[in-house]
Design a protein around this ligand. Structure first.
Ligand SMILES: *Cc1c(COP(=O)(O)O)cnc(C)c1O
Length: 464
């Protein structure tokens, strides 16, 4: 073999073999970080190593530590596996090695983002005029959305935050639900507001924001520049905030409405779940992930904004070597994200949507939700097990016992290897959490996993 061509062919086979094996393989890795560190080697290499040897060593060292999260029986966090089309497009993206900053660097990378962005807006029911920043994930998208929000609300108050920063700026009110995702807090930190700036709006029992409480809070002190941060898809229960009510309340207070819809926004792509996120089109900015429910490989999120000029003013930059291209140029690429040189992320998203089409995306959402309900039904039938949430989307919360029992069952399930799922704390209780977000999961997979959980629970209880 040898040479780039030979190694690429070999690796293509390796990747295909790996993906095929995922269907039947154990999910958890067999080696931990410390052990793997020694496998990856000790001293800094002093001289070059041939390509084929580098790849052999890499595969041998990494394989025991790979988590089967791309496969059908991984239900931890909210993690999708990549679709075949998106995976192959992502390999091409690496091979083409484009810099997606602007048109001068890669016309193809810009154009594919234009088209994939248009398709995304249609699937998610967002205004066609919105701008789409292809970011690294929902953390990036929340940061972008809140940066645009910060620029606009302060601009309305006569303050240019881009030039003058936050020192001496009018105070900005920032309201977010008590069950917001932690990436909102990090975005708020990075944007200089500080976490204490967040006014927490109480949550309803299912974790969605209490929008009556939001309206009440907004009616007080309604003259201040204000940002409201709502959520579509609570990471524990899957509940979505009443976005129509949040939009009404925000509009009444002249506030900017941002929606963190990392995975839950995909409810909009299916007629069966669309009403869960009714009113979503009325927000000012949205954060959504590609690498969760759309099953695009990692490094894929979308920071979407109803006001492209605000979006680009908050995020873009110009430099002397760019000014020749600024006049009359279209926004895109680096103007809508917090990066300069960047991966051409649009290819993988384009391929995912091209391969599934509108009906395929709706089917992916529907199947995940149906499998989550199947999980809930199967687990509920086990003596002593209860389902804690209303399974409205793809998340299932499972009560299997007290905290210690739950943790033991969780570890045993992970070690046994049929599936991988995590535990969470919800309303003061330790629970198992199942998230169904992978295109390749089948009913048989779910049934096998329910049995594995039942076995683990019986074993833990017998030992007590
Ligand atoms: C996963 C998630 C995020 C963070 O997304 P990343 O892609 O991991 O950056 C933010 N908000 C919600 C609701 C999420 O589920």
């Amino acid at each position: 073999m040898g040479g780039l061509r030979g190694e690429l062919s070999r690796v293509a086979q390796l990747v295909a073999d790996y993906r095929e094996r995922l269907r039947g393989a154990r999910v958890a890795p067999v080696a931990g970080r410390a052990e793997l560190r020694s496998a990856f080697g000790g001293e800094l290499p002093g001289s070059p190593t041939p390509l084929s040897q580098v790849i052999d060593e890499l595969v041998a060292a990494a394989t025991p530590g790979l988590m089967g999260s791309a496969g059908p029986r991984y239900f931890g966090f909210v993690v999708g596996g990549s679709l075949d089309a998106a995976l192959v497009a992502d390999v091409l993206t690496t091979g083409w090695d484009q810099n997606a900053f602007n048109e001068a660097l890669s016309p193809a990378a810009m154009a594919v983002e234009d088209v994939a962005g248009r398709w995304l807006k249609e699937l998610l029911g967002l205004p066609a005029s919105a701008s789409v920043g292809f970011v690294t994930g929902a953390q990036g998208a929340n940061t972008v959305g809140l940066a645009a929000a910060r620029w606009w609300v302060l601009h309305q108050a006569g303050w240019d935050v881009g030039r003058n920063g936050l020192f001496g700026a009018p105070r900005v009110r920032l309201l977010a639900g008590a069950e917001r995702h932690a990436t909102i807090d990090r975005a708020v930190r990075l944007l200089g507001f500080g976490e204490h700036a967040i006014e927490e709006v109480p949550a309803l029992p299912d974790g969605a924001m209490d929008t009556d409480a939001l309206a009440l809070a907004l009616s007080r002190d309604s003259g201040s520049p204000t940002i409201v941060c709502a959520q579509a898809g609570n990471v524990n229960t899957g509940a979505c905030d009443d976005l129509g009510a949040a939009a009404d309340a925000a509009r009444g207070a002249n506030a900017w409405l941002h929606v963190d819809g990392a995975f839950g926004m995909w409810a909009a792509a299916s007629p069966r779940t669309r009403e869960l996120v009714g009113g979503i089109e009325r927000a000012d900015s949205w954060a959504c992930d590609g690498h969760k429910w759309l099953n695009v490989p990692y490094d894929s999120g979308y920071g979407i904004c109803a006001h492209p000029d605000v979006h680009a003013t908050a995020m873009g930059y110009t430099a002397s070597y760019l000014t020749g291209q600024v006049v009359g140029r279209e926004f895109g690429g680096g103007d809508f994200v917090a990066e300069s040189s960047r991966r051409a992320r649009g290819f993988a998203t384009w391929a995912a949507i091209r391969s599934l089409g509108r009906s395929g995306v709706a089917d992916l959402v529907d199947r995940s939700c149906a499998l989550a309900r199947r999980f809930a039904d199967g687990l509920r039938a086990i003596d002593g097990v209860t389902i804690v949430n209303d399974v409205v989307l793809n998340q299932v919360l499972v009560r299997v016992g007290d905290e210690d029992t739950t943790n033991r069952i969780n570890r045993l399930v992970q070690d046994e290897g049929t599936l991988w799922l995590g535990a969470t704390s919800w309303r003061g209780e330790r629970l198992l959490r199942v998230s169904v977000s992978n295109w390749s999961t089948t009913e048989e997979d779910v049934d096998r996993c329910v049995e594995a959980i039942a076995r683990a629970r019986a074993a833990v209880i017998a030992r007590k």
